[in-house]
Design a protein around this ligand. Structure first.
Ligand SMILES: *Cc1c(COP(=O)(O)O)cnc(C)c1O
Length: 226
């Protein structure tokens, strides 16, 4: 029953390899994140056995229940919507938070990181399609948020993350790539524009085309969620 994960990863790696060869520079790198929501830890560990080195967590409670059972060889990032009052549960065990979309959330991460004596890396989540139903900061407020974070000592901005409107990935990935490059060239204090996190099961090839360097894949690895 578990040969599926291995087969799925093989196909995904093949697709990504092809897209990298076609669209990207030879020395570009890209990481495949396995998104674990609703997936039992045993199956997550099979993906780790198959060479996955990065996990993406959406839900604080679910993560806390599973984290001690994950094989230790994988790094964990938090990618879900995060309430400020839950930061304390994950701050010490996830190495990058992809979903920062407010000054309030950033301040809480900064405060707790300081308390723990660490500096936490974050991405700014951009609501690139301006959809009411999605979290993320609107495109025209991204710079204001980055500026607001620039004097926080225990946070470092590493890039941008997005989930585009359904069925229109290509157009919005292109727009994200442009935003990412523009912001990088503007050289904000406290922001290293290194990571562009975009692409999921249905659109990762297109994300590779537009410069993604972390694709977040759930159902194409583990099967559809119930
Ligand atoms: C669920 C989720 C994914 C993965 O979605 P799939 O379509 O299953 O690949 C990626 N990113 C975020 C933020 C998610 O919540």
């Amino acid at each position: 029953m578990d040969a599926d994960i291995s087969e799925n990863l093989k196909r995904i790696r093949y697709d990504i390899g092809e897209a990298m060869a076609k669209y990207r520079n030879p020395d570009d790198s890209l990481r495949i994140m396995a998104v674990t929501k609703t997936v039992p830890y045993q199956r997550v560990n099979l993906a780790i056995d198959d060479g996955i080195t990065l996990l993406g967590e959406n839900r604080v409670q679910e993560y806390l229940e599973k984290k001690d059972f994950y094989k230790k060889d994988a790094e964990v990032h938090f990618i879900g919507h995060l309430q400020s009052n839950k930061v304390k549960y994950i701050i010490d065990s996830v190495s990058l938070i992809h979903s920062v979309d407010s000054l309030k959330l950033a301040s809480e991460i900064d405060r707790l990181a300081a308390k723990n004596g660490i500096c936490r890396n974050i991405l700014i989540e951009v609501n690139i399609g301006g959809e009411e139903s999605k979290s993320g900061v609107p495109e025209n407020e991204v710079r204001e948020l980055i500026s607001g974070i620039s004097d926080m000592k225990n946070i470092r901005i590493k890039g941008l993350m997005t989930i585009p409107p359904a069925g229109q990935s290509e157009k919005y990935f292109e727009r994200m790539q442009r935003l990412f490059c523009d912001i990088r060239s503007e050289k904000y204090e406290n922001a290293d524009m290194e990571i562009l996190s975009m692409g999921m099961s249905s659109d990762y090839v297109s994300a590779v085309k537009y410069g993604s360097n972390i694709v977040r894949i759930g159902s194409a690895i583990f099967g559809s969620r119930k």
